[in-house]
Design a protein around this ligand. Structure first.
Ligand code: MCA
Ligand code: AMP
Length: 504
């Protein structure tokens, strides 16, 4: 019997009384404790009729139990489908329905709000709370603490992660066991993780960054994590002296730099700071080095591909670049229309191929064909160049995407909602530079002739439908959207016009 991901990440720690998770209150979860809970949860999944290949959708707060659930899915062959805790019930219904999840686990506090979703989709509904409470935990605790490891092949699905799309409809990226394992192996090697490492983990665990890049890498290396519910500056500053490494989005680093308590002394014993999910400003990189003596290591990835490139561990970590392709991964810069490979130094669309690249979009064969070439190259939609020394620079996005504090926001989803609001003729949503989040959302509305738009009502409608991080922080009302001769909205013009709304 084989289950490559479980065998590599989890099985080696079975029964070991070594520390795995150090919690904010000072308590520790050992590998043995963790894996015992994983077995109980795997048995609970079995008791609910979950079989290999079934999707388990989870909308639960970060906790050791939530992480154990990921491991339990791997162990029992289920496909783990984590969902952003900020999603509203309206957003959740799409994911549970589209994935045809067998089981939907929610926070105990939202049971009432999501009962209908389970009814309509036929998913079994259980709860799991951040304090280890909830009906699924009751079921798990009543189970034996040994469970079988489901047989899985390298190409079998381990996770389904939804990523928003330019049409406003999210796509489920199908990630195989081999995708996740090959990337964890590459990262342990590239960033020299060992069992002596302690990772300061303040990222959410419903995205690639906090779930796979952080957790899988540390599990494979045998290290431990200071596992925090969220990025809370005071807690991060308090616990940093116990860590050796940290992974974060650029907002983590700008928030640290904005606080005078973050000093070279506090970061003295740290081995490595890693940044990704959004561009790290060269200015942040430089300030960080001036303050601490550490050069942040920036890397680049996507939900569909895990990590693609990284600055070197030894060698120059170059500000404004995302380094070189990871071992086993190929990157090339292509012409946006023809797909032809461009000469070194030219800007084009970055394409990537390797064992890290996903299997395709769930139930969207056409989308898959559009973005994943027959020869295995995935079209990222990021605009990039490769400099004379081989460093990849992400210079922009060919896709209409806003990245706010590391969360991706597709304007189309917000525009579709705004366009249906009373008095609104049309809308355009853009990102503008934001001092804390890197970028934040601006909505530009055009009213129907003679109508006045009720901005408070619009804000309320957005809050009801969409996760808070997608909410436009500024709404501007104008007479007409700028268009080119073809009638296409000129978002670049709007971006220039509103570039200073958050910074001036
Ligand atoms: C929270 N809020 C936000 C964001 N986060 N608004 C805009 N952008 C955000 N990112 C809003 C909430 O809606 C709320 O608004 C208010 O801020 C306070 O919420 P809270 O949760 O307390 O915020 P926070 O703790 O300050 O969170 C900011 C954060 C967090 C720490 C930057 O967003 C975060 O942990 N981001 C990491 C995202 C991440 O892991 N990305 C990886 C994606 P209101 O008051 O109106 O209710 S994976 C990926 O991209 C690829 C694969 C890769 O390369 O890694
Ligand atoms: P996601 O869809 O959440 O996986 O986000 C992936 C996108 O985040 C990529 O396509 C890039 O646009 C962006 N991204 C991730 N890491 C970086 C980085 N280091 N620099 C610039 N953009 C990045």
């Amino acid at each position: 019997m084989a289950n490559p991901l479980y065998d590599a990440l989890f099985a080696p720690h079975d029964g070991n009384a070594t520390p795995f998770l150090q919690l904010a209150d000072g308590s520790t979860v050992t590998h043995a404790d963790f894996l015992e809970l994983v077995s109980q949860m795997a048995n609970a999944l079995g008791a609910l009729g979950v079989v290999p290949g079934d999707r388990v959708a989870v909308h639960i707060e970060k906790s050791p139990e939530a992480l154990a659930l990921y491991a339990a899915c791997v162990k029992s062959g289920a496909v783990f489908l984590p969902l952003n805790t900020a999603y509203t019930p309206i957003e959740l219904s799409y994911f549970v329905e589209d994935s045809r999840a067998k089981l939907f686990l929610c926070d105990p506090s939202e049971l009432d709000a999501v009962t209908d979703i389970a009814k309509v989709t036929g998913a079994i509904l259980h709860s799991l709370g951040a304090e280890g409470d909830g009906s699924f935990m009751d079921l798990a605790r009543a189970q034996p603490s040994h469970s079988d490891i489901a047989e899985r092949k390298a190409e079998d699905l381990a996770a389904l992660l939804y990523t928003s799309g330019t049409t406003g409809r999210s796509k489920g990226a199908m990630l195989t066991q081999a995708n996740l394992l090959s990337n964890a192996e590459a990262l342990v090697d590239a960033w020299q993780f060992t069992d002596r490492d302690v990772l300061l983990h303040a990222l959410p665990i419903f995205h690639t960054h906090g779930l796979f890049v952080a957790t899988n890498t540390l599990l494979l290396a045998g290290g431990s994590m200071i596992f925090l519910p969220k990025f809370d500056l005071d807690t991060v500053l308090r616990l940093m002296p116990k860590a050796t490494t940290m992974m974060g989005v650029p907002t983590f680093y700008t928030r640290l730099l904005d606080d005078a308590r973050f000093t070279a002394d506090l970061a003295r014993h740290m081995r490595l700071f890693i940044s990704g999910s959004a561009p790290l400003l060269a200015e942040t990189h430089i300030q960080f080095e001036q303050r601490t003596g550490h050069r942040i290591l920036e890397r680049y990835g996507m939900t569909e591909t895990n990590m693609n490139t990284s600055n070197p561990y030894t060698g120059e970590r170059r500000a404004g670049t995302v380094g070189f392709a990871l071992p086993g991964v190929e990157v090339k810069i292509c012409h946006p229309e023809t797909g032809a490979t461009l000469p070194q130094g030219e800007i084009g669309v970055l394409e990537v191929r390797g064992p890290n690249v996903f299997k395709g979009y769930w139930n969207m064969p056409e989308k898959t064909r559009e973005e994943l070439r027959e020869d295995g190259f995935f079209i990222t939609g990021d605009l990039a160049l490769i400099d004379a020394d081989g460093y990849v620079q992400i210079v922009g996005r060919g896709k209409d995407l806003i990245i706010s504090g590391g969360y991706n926001i597709y304007p189309k989803e917000i525009e579709l909602l705004l366009d249906t609001q009373p008095g609104v003729k049309e809308s355009a949503v853009i990102g503008a530079p934001h001092p804390d989040f890197g970028e934040s959302v601006v909505a530009v509305l055009v009213p129907e002739a003679g109508a006045t738009v009720d901005l408070d009502a619009i804000d309320a409608a957005v809050r009801e439908s969409l996760a808070g991080f997608k909410r436009p922080r500024v709404i501007e009302v104008i007479d007409a959207l700028p268009r080119n001769t073809m009638g296409k909205v000129q978002k670049n013009q709007l971006r220039d016009q509103y570039a200073g709304v958050f910074t001036n």
